[in-house]
Design a protein around this ligand. Structure first.
Ligand code: CP
Length: 325
């Protein structure tokens, strides 16, 4: 297995399954009155976020602390990058302080692979440009696994991913993860918000997709900050054709679950109070993000032969299904 988690493709189906099963164990830890175990005592995890984040950054920090790892946060805006230090020199400087894992978000696709080349630490891709967001994908499939009691896999599961697919690293990673577990995925978007090469079944008719019945309706955020041109006539028209409106919500089957990676553009892709949607699992996605990121850190740091410290493994955590060399 790899020392890093850079993409769902590199993790592979077996890796996805391993993380999901480990996340069950971490979820049990998180239900305890004192949700903390000594599994990664002596390890150091450094968050390096070159793009804004609420969920991913805080849940990685929480996950590391619940596993008793030490945490460092590289504050980009207060760093020596502003004095001209290069990205590479910054990473190598932090690595020299003794870091076992970098959790990195960067606006440039491929940046986490560079960091992996520059250090012997584990690297977790927390989102690179439009490219990939593997831990979001893992928490998404974990949420479906729990919500629909699908521990055996997603064969026959119908998933619609709706919205700004062109700019969405979430759409790419989550589609790959759903399909790896056996789901059928359809992309729903205006042609201007699809990537130039569409490898998936795609349509611009959301009402037809809802009418045909879906098990998972995955709404994406309109990524206005990544758009350099007007790709939809206006947001009102976008909502009318591709938004989850009260009318469309009323057409959903009671068993359909609604997902969104956050942050939500209220009134744009979701034009209904999520609290009024019995099928919404958006809050569960956030909660499950901690268990899944604990699983990822544990999976990487309890196995990285380049780390120097011994790991004290709590009995409960050690009981999780693992296959490490
Ligand atoms: N879903 C997601 O990546 O959210 P943040 O940008 O808040 O981390």
């Amino acid at each position: 297995m790899s020392r890093s988690l850079l993409s769902i493709e590199e993790l592979g189906v077996d890796g996805v399954q391993r993380v999901l099963e480990l996340a069950d164990t971490m979820a049990e830890v998180n239900r305890r009155p004192n949700p903390k175990v000594p599994a990664l005592r002596g390890r150091t995890v450094c968050n390096v976020f070159f793009e804004d984040s609420t969920r991913t950054r805080l849940s990685f920090e929480t996950a590391a602390k619940r596993l008793s790892a030490d945490t460092m946060t590289f504050a980009v805006s207060q760093s020596s990058l502003n004095k001209g230090e290069s990205f590479r020199d910054s990473i190598e400087t932090i690595a020299a302080m003794g870091v076992d894992a970098f959790v990195i978000r960067h606006a440039s696709a491929g940046a986490p692979w560079l960091v992996e080349d520059w250090t012997t630490a584990s690297v977790v891709n927390a989102g690179d440009g439009w490219h990939a967001h593997p831990t979001q994908a893992l928490l998404d499939v974990y949420t479906v696994r729990v919500a629909l009691n699908r521990t055996a896999g997603f064969d026959g599961l119908r998933v619609a991913v709706v919205g700004d697919i062109k700019h969405s690293r979430v759409a790419r990673s989550t589609t790959t993860a759903f399909k790896a577990l056996g789901a059928d995925v359809i992309w729903v978007a205006p042609t201007t918000l699809l990537p130039p090469v569409v490898g998936e079944t795609a349509t611009d008719r959301l009402d037809d997709v809802i009418g045909d019945g879906v098990d998972v309706l995955y709404m994406l955020r309109m990524q206005n900050e990544r758009m350099t041109e007007a790709l939809v006539p206006n947001l009102r028209e976008y909502t009318a054709r591709f938004g989850l409106t009260p009318r469309r919500a009323a057409c959903l089957a009671p068993s359909t679950i609604v997902m969104h990676p956050g942050p939500v553009n209220r009134g744009v892709e979701i034009a209904i109070d999520l609290g009024e949607l019995p099928g919404s699992v958006v809050k569960q996605q956030v909660t499950n993000g901690i268990s899944v990121r604990m699983a990822v850190l544990y999976d990487l740091l309890s196995a990285n032969p380049n780390s120097t410290s011994d790991i004290e493994i709590n009995d409960d955590v050690a009981a999780a299904p693992k296959e490490h060399p």
